[in-house]
Design a protein around this ligand. Structure first.
Ligand code: ATP
Ligand code: UDP
Ligand code: MG
Length: 460
């Protein structure tokens, strides 16, 4: 934030100020369960709570003013607005415009957080100090998370890297309009969260809304392998830049592409082609899909001023994003890969492709994919077919739907301890035989497949 008086904020929010207009606000909070530091408390209404009930508590914890939808009996100044959620977005939009950092935003079915981390690392190579790049913390990518991210902006920030997620149509139109990016992209479109959107075309529509938020003169970045013509009306007159792993798709050539890709056990090596020329990249992330994510990050970063040197330095530095193809080397013969953060059909296939390439005994520990609605059975079958073709050495499944993926009642579990008890002797035997072994665990967030990784880690 930047210092603002209650009077100034009331004006920005078109709110009615009750009480002292000269109180200086330096920070924002929305949750009494976290520290409320001399800030302005926004009373939001959620599914479970109405934070108007916590306003008094916020004052007792030190907040010095509140934004509310109705006047409360409080000792601090109150700004009354019609809708506190929209007011939070309005203040974030104002602050973003005021500080005016070069801003990039990304959405997509998978890889948003990875592309965000890669882009932030690249942009940190452009600035004198890492703190000049603001980027989404964790996964705060919804209609509250995006405003809260932007409200952390201060005058030191030269860049903002903002992840946008969608659970329903219209959500990204809202967050993109607040973010107003100089460049933005849809990383890909896949069968994730189908429950909220009905169909792939529905998913594409929801993601494509990001282009509607582009700043005047801003660039639309597209993945040629995941381009939907229906986006053209959102992109309008904005210029287009494209990336594509293979360089071309459907007779179009990409501006950013990868050549001579070598996939190694601890990352990959490839030549990045860009409008500014080419550079060799040693990428410390596993799998082809991360080469594609690196292209996406390069396109975003170059658009706001990164050169090839910054791109190389940024991409070659691994950010430790736990749960996303995160390698844990137990010993030279035993590698656990924690990909437990989340799963959809595409990311399952990417993970299996990574696992398949290891010259080792390959175990896939797979949990259910959630939120697929009517497509649930078909999606699990699609993954099952893909896994069968990969000819892994052992597939174990956890949950309910994923039983079809292991396709063997003895390899299906509803208890992770039992799964670990089953796996442990197999792993120990391979260690004894000095045969390299790689186990990759993946499932939807709700399946908590990291518990299996944790339990195996404790066994060594
Ligand atoms: P969320 O929707 O939960 O915020 P996200 O889009 O931020 O997810 P990441 O957290 O970067 O995505 O990655 C989630 C999962 O998707 C990981 O398991 C990762 O291996 C896989 N993944 C990442 N990038 C891609 C990609 N380009 N294509 C397919 N799968 C991918
Ligand atoms: N809230 C709070 N203190 C509490 C519980 C909730 O300030 O003890 C706030 C919370 O941060 C949110 C709002 O009340 O801004 C609505 O809460 P929600 O229903 O979204 O519940 P949550 O999912 O945040 O627990
Ligand atoms: Mg994410």
């Amino acid at each position: 934030m930047i210092k603002q008086t209650t009077q100034q904020i009331a004006q920005t929010l078109n709110g009615k100020l009750i009480g002292n207009g000269e109180i200086t606000i330096e920070s924002i909070s929305t949750d009494t369960r976290q520290a409320v530091l001399n800030g302005l408390f926004f009373a939001l209404k959620g599914e479970k709570f109405d934070a108007h009930d916590y306003a008094q508590q916020a004052v007792e914890q030190g907040c010095i003013a509140v934004v509310v939808e109705r006047e409360l009996n409080l000792s601090v100044p109150q700004i009354i607005v019609e809708d506190t959620r929209l007011a939070l977005g309005q203040l974030a939009k104002w602050l973003k415009a005021e500080i005016n950092p070069k801003t990039v935003a990304m959405t997509g079915s998978s890889g948003k957080t990875t592309v965000k981390e890669m882009t932030a690392k690249i942009l940190q190579k452009v600035t004198a100090c890492d703190d000049e790049v603001l980027y989404t913390f964790g996964n705060l990518n919804n209609d509250l998370g995006v405003p809260m991210t932007l409200l952390r902006l201060t005058p030191q920030h030269k860049f903002a890297v903002v992840e946008l997620g969608a659970n329903h149509i219209g959500e990204i139109a809202y967050t993109a309009e607040i973010t107003l990016p100089d460049a933005c992209l849809v990383n890909n479109v896949a069968a994730a969260h189908l429950e909220g959107f009905g169909s792939l075309s529905g998913v594409a529509q929801a993601k494509g809304e990001i282009y509607r938020g582009l700043k005047q003169g801003g660039k639309a970045i597209v993945n040629l392998a995941h381009y939907y013509p229906q986006w053209q009306k959102e992109i309008g007159e904005h210029e287009l830049q494209s990336f594509c792993y293979t360089g071309e798709d459907k007779d179009s050539y990409a501006d950013f592409w990868a050549e001579n890709v070598e996939l190694h056990l601890n990352g990959s090596r490839f030549t990045l082609h860009s409008p500014q020329g080419e550079v060799q990249i040693n990428l410390p992330y596993l799998g082809e899909h991360n080469v594609s994510n690196a292209l996406a990050a390069s396109a975003l970063a170059m658009e706001v001023g990164a050169d090839l040197d910054a791109i190389k330095m940024g991409l070659e530095q691994r950010s430790n994003v736990k749960g996303r193809l995160f390698p844990i080397e137990i010993n030279p013969h035993l590698l656990l890969i924690d990909d437990s953060y989340n799963a959809n059909v595409d990311s399952m296939k990417s993970a299996v492709s990574v696992l398949k390439n290891y010259p080792a005994f390959r175990i896939f520990a797979v949990g259910d994919m959630a939120e697929l609605g009517d497509e649930t059975t078909a999606c699990h079958q699609e993954v099952a077919d893909f896994v069968a073709k990969a000819e892994l050495d052992l597939v174990v499944s956890f949950g309910k739907e994923s039983a079809v993926i292991s396709n063997n009642a003895r390899h299906h579990f509803t208890d992770k301890n039992q799964m670990a008890d089953f796996l442990l002797p197999i792993i120990l035997q391979k260690i004894e035989e000095k045969q390299p072994l790689v186990l990759l665990a993946k499932g939807s967030r709700s399946q908590k497949m990291e518990e299996l990784i944790r339990s195996l880690c404790h066994s060594f």
